[in-house]
Design a protein around this ligand. Sequence first.
Ligand SMILES: Cc1ncc(COP(=O)(O)O)c(C=O)c1O
Length: 362
Amino acid sequence: MGGVVTIDQKQFIKTARQATGGNDVIAVVKNNAYNHGLQFTVESFLEAGIKAFATTSMDEALTIRELSEEAMVFLMNPVQEIEVAREKDIHITLPSLQYYYDNKDRLSGVKVHLEYAGLFNRSGFENAEDIKEVIRDVYFSDQEPGIDIQGIWTHFGYADEIKMDHYELERSLWMDVLAEVSSTGHNFKYIHAQNSASYARDGLFTGHTHLRLGIALYGSRPYSLLSADDYVQSLSLKAPIIQIRRLTKGQKCGYGGVYEAKDDVHIAIVDIGYGDGILRKRADFDCMIGTRRFPIKALMMSHMIVEVDDIVEVGDEVVLYSNGMRIDEYTNLGVGANSEQLGALNYNSLKKVILNDDRVCR
Ligand SMILES: Cc1ncc(COP(=O)(O)O)c(C=O)c1O
């Protein structure tokens, strides 16, 4: 049957609700909602009380709009499909003075969020003066205001880097910019800066209307010092054992004899591999069979070799991820970022099961 990803929808919703801490949240659902499935995720987050969504692609923004007429949909990438944004009521980022002047006429009636680059510096205005120039041009010049400036935002590049001290600097640069821009008297409906790590560190900043959370909503800790109890993981990944083989000491198996038995052993051949999106580094660590952990010895495209004992049988399920084998645990062990492990999962070959009320509903 191969690998199966199971998401417990009730827990998924519960985890998301808990992650918001009762604050207004813009849920980051880019890349097919961190590979959980956009429709499933948006519907679940709406049920968790979340009313605003952010993504990086216009296609995803339009899908969200179809799923909810009322939701605030924010496109974080600079776009040229400005007319579509206006028609479908998609909020877009305003990333620079150049973009503003190049597109000023086309932006009439479009809802925008001014972006401050800060230390992350992937996109955005470099200083408060340029942001103020746009506000003055839109609201304090002779012309009728064309653009609808609804928001202001930034993204932190160091909030997750708990061992580096740059976060304090980028946070204070942002606060200074915000204070200076606020001196124009313009009222923003949306002021948002914080991802999961920044929120875990500081709570919602004063004067900010929304958090902009990703990974915490999906049940992973942004950094390992946090308690796992506050971020219950609703996703699990398992695959069945399709063969048990006995090897005598010195016998090899796999491509190029990658595995050599150090003793007389039993090995389990499991129906999952890197072709299903298991990161190679993940195979440096254990898997779980029943309640016991066993070492993975080799990872191939469609198969995995696990050293087991004589109790383990064909058909037993081998767990690679669960709330007891958390994605963030492996992030901490160096397997890859939470989003990297999630994003790699290959739903063309894995079966996906959504559990709801103990029933399989999708
Ligand atoms: C601009 C922006 N905001 C917020 C987030 C959410 O970050 P996290 O998943 O760490 O909460 C991301 C994720 O990459 C992002 O790119």
